[in-house]
Design a protein around this ligand. Structure first.
Ligand code: KIV
Ligand code: ZN
Length: 529
């Protein structure tokens, strides 16, 4: 059945709308927060990937959230064919809705997405509101949102645990007040696939006006069922699915975009639906998110894990060599895996370097940042036999993503060995002034971190220090992640270099910069599940 939507016009009969919430539900989970630059970069990649709706943030949550939603609406939302830019709001909060309306205003196509809990438990304990008051809030909130845009989404938080009659009344109220998309989240990841079928079938059959709106599923992964539930919801008539890259999100995460999209594509025979995602860009987007947040996906993660297309056993290898289809249900290339990741050598010029960065999804880079990144690339190419795409991504992220940082790494000399007390001589630029310090420690990393503390005094506690290799071989760059905690606020920093101690210093400095940004932001209230 065709449906007409304010942002999408008449939707093709078999088209599923991909609503990406990496920058909102994903970003609000511990350790995944991103600064403005990082969000803009991720938003660029999501737009290129072809998401239909991008939930860019929760504007009322903090001035920083407002600023990033507005910046995304301005820079990406104004383009032809840009995704719909969406801001989240609480249904009961007039200010929330107004802020979401203001933040998304610059976008050509904008959406306000508001939510309020409808389950008995949430209404009684969390909201302390009577059901009738919740219904009133639904009417008021959606009516107000419609004053800002015709594209209004309403979510019944904890909808999957809501009493059926009250869910129907709530959805009816939202539709009458102007909501054009109705989202029923499985907020706590409790549902089974058959629950999805029951809920959406019921709503479509019982609620007046249901035929004129788009139903949406938003599944959390607490039981590992988020993607299965999403597919079940699609089968029950849902036309929009909410998801995140790599499945990041609250607690066990949200349904993973790449898994839903590839299930639709690979099992088109059984499902019959399609998305507008450019699947060969999936891997690149996944890797970008890992680089920005410092969290790699597990090796066996479907679609984007390192082993997703690796064949170890002899029998499998033999089969794949004869015909890949023996053990591969989709081609690695169809999601962006390829063997051509060897990039450039020390003779490559600036123009080739810039082109390569564009191909890796970096968009336009300022001349100063390009020069700095190019200098580091040359330096790396001198030290390393081959420079891979992943090397470049790790290296360029240090330069391009860190343009506004207050503290910058300049140089490090470390003296260490089995007899000497490790000693680090460190040079940092702090607020534009170059400063240096010498410190000792219980190892070269400890000495380096002590030198950082000497140059920039702070109380943050080191919660995690981990080292991985960007590529293979003994000349590979080390990618270090450092987690700092200050007053309950947690940040992760990353650094890469062929020298592990230098990578450690860069990672610590990156974390410190993120902490400074976080200090400046008002802590968002714990508003949502
Ligand atoms: O999980 C949830 O209920 C949410 C809503 C805000 C849509 O994220
Ligand atoms: Zn959620």
């Amino acid at each position: 059945m065709s449906i007409t939507h304010p942002s999408f016009g008449t939707l093709d009969d078999n088209r599923i709308i991909i609503f990406d919430t990496t920058l909102r539900d994903g970003e609000q989970s511990p350790g995944f927060s991103m600064n403005l630059q990082e969000k803009l970069r991720m938003a660029e990649a999501l737009a290129e990937l072809g998401v239909d709706v991008m939930e860019a943030g929760f504007p009322i949550a903090s001035p920083g959230d407002f600023e990033s939603v507005q910046a995304i609406a301005e820079s990406i939302g104004r383009r032809d064919n840009a995704p719909v830019i969406c801001g989240l709001a609480r249904t009961g909060g007039r200010d929330d809705i107004m802020r979401a309306g203001e933040a998304t205003r610059p976008a050509r196509r904008k959406r306000i997405h508001s939510f309020i809990s409808t389950s008995p438990l949430h209404m009684r304990v969390k909201l302390r509101m009577a059901p009738e008051a919740v219904l009133e809030a639904i009417v008021a909130g959606n009516t107000l949102a419609r004053q800002y845009t015709d594209d209004v989404e309403w979510s019944a938080e904890d909808g999957s645990r809501t009493e059926p009659d009250f869910l129907c009344r709530s959805v009816e109220a939202a539709i009458k007040a102007g909501a054009t998309t109705i989202n029923i989240p499985d907020t706590v990841g409790y549902s089974l696939p058959e629950d999805m079928a029951r809920i959406f079938t019921m709503l479509r059959e019982r609620v007046p006006g249901a035929e004129n709106v788009i139903f949406s599923a938003h599944n959390h992964n607490d039981l590992g069922l988020a993607v299965a539930n999403t597919i079940a919801a699609i089968r029950a008539g849902v036309r929009q699915v909410e998801c995140t890259i790599n499945g990041i999100g609250e607690r066990a995460g949200n349904a993973a975009l790449e898994e839903i999209v590839m299930a639709l594509r690979t099992r088109h025979d059984a499902l019959g639906w399609k998305s507008g995602i450019e699947t060969p860009k999936i891997l690149r987007t996944s890797k970008l998110l890992s680089t920005i947040t410092g969290f790699d996906v597990q090796p066996n993660k479907a679609i984007v894990g390192r082993n997703a297309f690796a064949h170890e056993s002899g029998i499998h290898q033999d089969g794949v060599l004869k015909d890949a289809a023996t053990y591969e249900i989709m081609t690695p290339e169809s999601v962006g895996w390829s063997n051509s990741s060897l990039v450039m050598g020390k003779h490559s010029g600036r123009a080739a370097f810039r082109d390569k960065l564009r191909a890796l999804g970096y968009g336009e880079i300022g001349d100063n940042q390009l020069n700095d990144a190019f200098r580091r690339f040359k330096d790396l190419a001198d030290r390393k036999k081959v420079v891979y795409d992943d090397d470049l991504v790790a290296l360029v992220d240090d330069e391009v993503m860190r343009g506004n940082d207050r503290i910058r790494f300049l140089s490090l000399d470390v003296h260490t060995g089995s007899k000497a007390k490790p000693r680090a001589e460190l040079e940092l630029e702090i607020d534009g002034v170059s400063r240096s310090a010498v410190a000792t420690g219980d190892g070269p990393v400890d000495a380096t971190f002590n030198a950082i503390r000497e140059l920039f005094a702070h109380e943050a506690i080191l919660r995690l220090y981990s080292v991985g290799a960007v590529t293979e071989g003994t000349d590979a760059q080390a990618r270090v992640t450092v987690r700092l905690e200050e007053n309950g606020k947690m940040v992760d920093g990353q650094g890469a270099d062929t020298d592990t101690i230098v990578a450690s210093a860069r990672a610590y400095v990156h974390a410190l910069n993120k902490l400074l940004v976080k200090r400046a932001r008002t802590a968002p209230q714990a508003l949502i599940a």
